[in-house]
Ligand binder design. Structure first.
Ligand SMILES: [Zn+2]
Length: 736
């Protein structure tokens, strides 16, 4: 009896041991490869060297192709960052994953992502993204242990509406993660996604490439990303990981560059913005192969899963292309594409397309059919000559549009549910209900407005008067162009006409078109107009309706600081940090609030944390310098101010602090040029002028001191001490 009990005990122990081992081996078998997914935003295939572009400087991508496989025709499913990345990461077409436009959507938790699959299999997962459309609020972070979407403000040299991190900074962050990923914890495989944003407009490559590519700066941006990609791949070499890492480089969409009257991307579904590169290399991938099998973004996940030996899922639209990589014939699968952008942003008809290897059909108010084999640039609409293929393609497209279960609530929904869904981001704020039969403008007809819209969008902050004129003209011709209204609000704000900005945004709100980003602009304008209570209400509403969105809380912090409600401001920052660990602006405000209550240690801790995330954050360098100066460490302070000035030579605040620190530490002659530069760079400031005046006195330059004091008193006559100093200078040439 005893022995049989013991035997059973032993057996079950062995079984559970075996199960454990099986589980362990399932979770990270040694032969699985690492997977590196690189998506280069806005990279059209035919501007890459290995795709035949002569002027390209893409040796890294070309090198990857020669040690792996290149798919001649790779297709995205939407010409937009969010929807297209959602397809890459979920293996589903947009109607399947439900993320239909950059604004107004969140990736539904009901749709599984590549990161979740890899993580469940025991992979370490990390992502480094570079553009605002991939901010974690949109749900792309699901499944990633590390999701680095820090887009530091100090990095935005372009001062455009597009917030981006440049490829060198993104690569630095990814390299830091690679370095720590093997030094900490048990060894395991990783899935790493790196997203570069540089080729997205505006095209402003770094100086050497800007010069070399002055007629085609877009190509210069691509060359810059290729250079940074080389650093990333080199790190794998150094770490001996190249041989066990599957690397894929692709893009979310292309760039129209004027084709079909479109400058950038987003409106049309032609190949100019849908054809992307797909280059892949790694263990078990033959070298130097070119495949003519049509590859689609939805095939990325199943292909990577195949190489990594992940369990196959049936709930995706794509297929593994491993057989094609191995040299086998694969039939061409048709590709779906859409853009809802014309509808949601411009009030025009949406576009849908169905593409086979030979033909493309576009569903529009005036439908189109292209024979791609003979007309790759889609210039001749052959709809009337080819009724038969058109009707076949059109029928298949309709089946997809109608038939794909969309992971949002099924209609009909009551008003309350609809409101809740909208609050969760599962329905667009942008698809207004329209009376059936209402004809929408064909984007082919509306595209003529685009140059004016684009001009106005890029001028909205820098030349607001021009932007307001252009946008008012567009709205005169087509009052339904929502984007013109929201851009005009930005231009009004830049022109300091906050009440007019508020009026435009209130009008959008009335039409149900206020996006979360619009809400921020509306709140900010109310704040600038001094309407703090109204601003707080808007930010609170936006925070309620978009619980994953940190920005309304950050904006609300500004209101509370203006109202001197510092404890509430700090509590809001802590809420943001719960939502987004290491949120740079939340850390910054907490540092500033600590500085305000003279808590040097707390302030230093916050600024140190920011600098650990972004060593070049000028504001944090400057503020930490202030903390050091106040804690009696002037040498450290001067060093920090110098770093800030080196990083941003026109930063008035950093210049002034550096000048002040040098003057107080007994280096008045060194301080003088920095006072001058601070005055030149900054808004008129009595502090800078007085500092200059007093330092001039210290080195005996009385005439210069007198001039500085005069200017200062013109700015603010109510400075008795400066008035006294000026009187003394005049009377005696110098004060006591
Ligand atoms: Zn994009």
């Amino acid at each position: 009896m005893r022995s049989s009990v013991a035997a059973i005990f032993l057996l079950t122990t062995m079984m559970s041991d075996a199960a454990c081992r099986a589980g362990a081996s399932r979770s990270s078998p040694p032969d699985r490869p690492n997977v590196l997914l690189v998506t280069i935003d806005t990279l059209r295939a035919d501007h890459v060297g290995c795709y035949g572009y002569k002027a390209a400087s893409t040796p890294t991508i070309d090198g990857l192709a020669s040690r792996g496989i290149r798919f001649e025709t790779a297709l995205a499913h939407a010409p937009l960052t969010g929807p297209s990345h959602a397809s890459i990461l979920t293996g589903r077409i947009p109607p399947g994953h439900g993320f239909r436009n950059n604004s107004g959507f969140t990736l539904s938790p009901r749709v599984k992502t590549a990161a979740e699959d890899f993580r469940q299999t025991g992979y370490r997962t990390a992502a480094f993204v570079s553009g605002f459309p991939l901010d974690r609020r949109f749900g792309f972070d699901r499944g990633f242990e590390t999701y680095d979407d820090h887009l530091p403000k100090g990095n935005d040299r372009r001062r455009t509406p597009y917030v981006e991190r440049f490829a060198d900074a993104t690569t630095d962050a990814a390299l830091r993660w690679l370095a720590t990923s093997s030094s900490t914890g048990p060894p395991s495989r990783w899935f790493l996604w790196v997203h570069y944003y540089d080729p997205h407009a505006p095209y402003e490559p770094p100086a050497d490439l800007a010069e070399r590519y002055s007629p085609a700066p877009y190509d210069g941006e691509i060359a810059f990303v290729d250079r940074q990609l080389a650093r990333l791949l080199h790190a794998l070499d150094v770490r001996n990981e190249t041989g066990r890492t599957v690397v894929i480089v692709t893009a979310d969409h292309g760039e129209s560059l004027g084709e079909h009257g479109e400058g950038t991307h987003g409106v049309f579904v032609y190949d100019a913005t849908l054809r992307v590169p797909w280059v892949m290399a790694g263990p078990q991938i033959p070298a130097g192969r070119l495949s003519r099998t049509v590859a689609r973004s939805i095939d990325v996940l199943p292909t990577l899963a195949d190489y990594a030996g992940l369990a196959r899922r049936s709930d995706i639209d794509g297929r593994s292309l491993r057989a094609a990589a191995d040299g086998q014939e694969m039939s061409d699968a048709p590709s779906y594409a859409e853009s809802l952008y014309p509808e949601t942003e411009l009030g025009w008809s949406p576009l849908y397309a169905w593409r086979t290897a030979r033909f493309k059909f576009i569903k529009a108010p005036q439908p189109e059919l292209y024979d791609l084999a003979n007309d790759a640039s889609e210039t001749t609409n052959r709809l009337n000559e080819n009724e038969a293929p058109a009707s076949d393609l059109s029928r298949k497209l309709d089946e997809v549009i109608r038939g794909t279960p969309v992971p949002v609530a099924a209609p009909p929904v009551d008003a309350n549910t609809a409101e809740r869904l909208r609050a969760l981001g599962y329905a667009s704020g942008g698809r207004a209900a329209r009376a059936p039969g209402t004809a929408l403008r064909d984007p082919k007809d509306g595209i003529r407005f685009l140059p004016r819209l684009n001009r106005a969008m890029s001028a909205a902050r820098t030349e607001p008067a021009l932007a307001i004129r252009e946008l008012t003209a567009v709205l005169g011709e087509d009052p339904g162009v929502f984007m013109a209204r929201r851009t005009r609000a930005v231009a009004y704000a830049a022109a300091g006409r906050h009440d007019l900005a508020v009026a435009d945004l209130r009008a959008l709100d009335k039409e149900g078109q206020l996006t979360p980003e619009d809400a921020i602009v509306l709140g900010d304008n109310l704040r600038f107009a001094g309407r703090l209570e109204e601003a707080a209400l808007i930010f609170e509403r936006a925070a309620r309706e978009n619980p994953a969105f940190a920005q309304p809380l950050i904006s609300l912090v500004e209101v509370r600081i203006q109202e001197h409600r510092y404890d509430e401001a700090a509590a809001l920052c802590e809420r943001v940090l719960k939502l987004v660990p290491d949120h740079i602006e939340a850390l910054r405000r907490l540092g500033d609030l600590a500085l305000l209550r003279a808590d040097s240690d707390a302030a230093a801790a916050r600024y140190d944390r920011i600098l650990a995330l972004d060593a070049g954050d000028v504001s944090a360098l400057t503020k930490l310098g202030v903390v050091r100066a106040r804690s009696g460490r002037p040498d450290q302070a001067i060093q920090l101010f110098r770093q800030a000035v080196d990083r941003e030579p026109g930063n008035a605040e950093a210049l002034l602090y550096l000048a002040g620190a040098l003057a107080t530490e007994g280096h008045p002659a060194d301080a003088l040029p920095y006072f001058e530069r601070a005055i030149e760079a900054g808004p008129p400031s009595t502090m800078a002028l007085n500092g200059l005046g007093l330092t001039c006195l210290a080195v005996g330059e009385t005439a210069r001191a007198e001039a500085a004091f005069r200017k200062s008193l013109r700015l603010d006559p109510n400075q008795p001490e400066i008035a006294t100093a000026l009187a003394q200078v005049r009377r005696r040439g110098a004060p006591d």
